[in-house]
Design a protein. Structure first.
Lengths: 157, 157
DNA sequence: GTTGAAAACGGAGCCTA
DNA sequence: TAGGCTCCGTTTTCAAC
């Protein structure tokens, strides 16, 4: 069905496609010394195996009215399965929450919020995050400047 | 030179390309009621204007030996420009640091680290993060499970 | 690999503000 | 008249055999 082990060619494909998701199979083949068809089936397999989740255009939120990025640490009231899953379901549904992780340590969830400005953040915090179920405590931290934001994992193997 | 205002067609293009970066111009045109050529020049303009930063394959780090994600809060010794820029330059150069933000509030930088496992994290912390210049304090938090990780900003205008 | 289909590219001409 | 569009021929890429 699918090949689990990854070889050097797959690594080359993954590294290249992470940097340019629109590179042609032919061009990939010429740098990796494989035929276009060989590249094609490998890319398909990488997608079916879930190594490539999707192809996406990476946009600049600053230029699209989502320039304020905040990270929010969340502590919930009780750590029952119902409460945790209820929180997670609601978090997934909110457009302003770009990322949500269940964390180890001093807090339970870490959220990445993207909004236009502090006015909107204030509204989101009160009207939306405030209504998330079972929350005991929020603490917000804001991004002043983005030093690095890399989507491409450098794969060496 | 370039068109700053974004219209409804651009919004449609951006929303679609964020979800599928490999959708064809022709297909985009048919849903947005424009010709293939019109879509093509708009996508070019969106790239030149920096609204689209790049196209990328989004991969699954768990399947690529980068399954442990940690967030690290960093407090630096002094907030001089030299110290801050020195830290940022070094952070940018480290492959394990996928994201680095200069933050407001109780700590100075937030790092997203992707490594294979706790053994590797321990080494990275001591050998690499420990050598970042001017650091006073680290605090690490780890992702137990990823509830949501969205790269597509929903653009409404 | 080869071949037919599909998509991208690039230019000419049209329409509108 | 400049910007944006459509139309269409050419080149490149895709996809199936």
């Amino acid at each position: 069905m699918k090949k689990t082990p990854i070889d050097k060619t797959d690594i080359g494909i993954l590294n290249a496609l992470q940097l340019n998701g629109r590179i042609s199979n032919r061009q990939l083949g010429s740098t990796l010394h494989k035929s276009e068809s060989a590249i094609k089936v490998r890319v398909q397999h990488l997608q079916e195996a879930g190594l490539i989740k999707r192809f996406a255009a990476i946009v600049e939120p600053k230029l699209l009215g989502r320039g304020l990025i905040g990270y929010v640490q969340v502590i919930v009231e009780r750590h029952t399965e119902q409460d945790l899953t209820a929180f997670m379901e609601k978090a997934k549904a909110l457009d302003e929450i770009m990322e949500c992780y269940h964390m180890t340590g001093a807090f339970d969830f870490l959220l990445r919020i993207a909004v236009a400005d502090m006015d909107e953040y204030s509204k989101v915090l009160m009207k939306k995050l405030g209504n998330l179920p079972g929350v005991r405590h929020f603490e917000s931290f804001f991004v002043m400047s983005e030093v690095k934001n890399e989507t491409a994992y450098s794969i060496g193997e």
